[in-house]
Design a binder for this molecule. Sequence first.
Ligand SMILES: [Zn+2]
Length: 163
Amino acid sequence: MREYRLGDIIDDYCVKCKQIMNHAIVSMLGPDPAKVRCRTCHSDHDYRREQAPPVLRGWARTREEPVDVLFALLAGDILPPTVFNLGGTPGWAPTVQLTALLRAHPAPGWLRVASRADVVAGPWFDEDVTVVDAAGRVVCQARQLALAPLPGAGPHPAAGASA
Ligand SMILES: [Zn+2]
């Protein structure tokens, strides 16, 4: 295992540059880097262990029917769980509570969907989803509390079930 020292140059995810960049260690917490400074934009931030923030983006549309308010509502929970891009075990991440606001009738065409988690604490995470229609209007906002998959829990019990 690597031993870190103040001033060492290490890779980390820069929250300003939005990619993995060279950083200098500016403070330590025990044996681990606590704060790092990006050598490109010179911003200081907590050491992120090269992890990008839990954010997912995607596009969705119906195959044949026009995009309607029910599909806009569905799009509020259409992306994979946001915590999947933090590593860990992919699997069933059950929604425990979900609130959705339908803001407008969607224009025909693709919906743009973005989700992010603000707090990932133990197995619990929140997820804020914004759905924007082809005209650039917010059509749905959804917020949920969910459980991350348990290590070794395997896929959703219904996955692969046959009738
Ligand atoms: Zn930077």
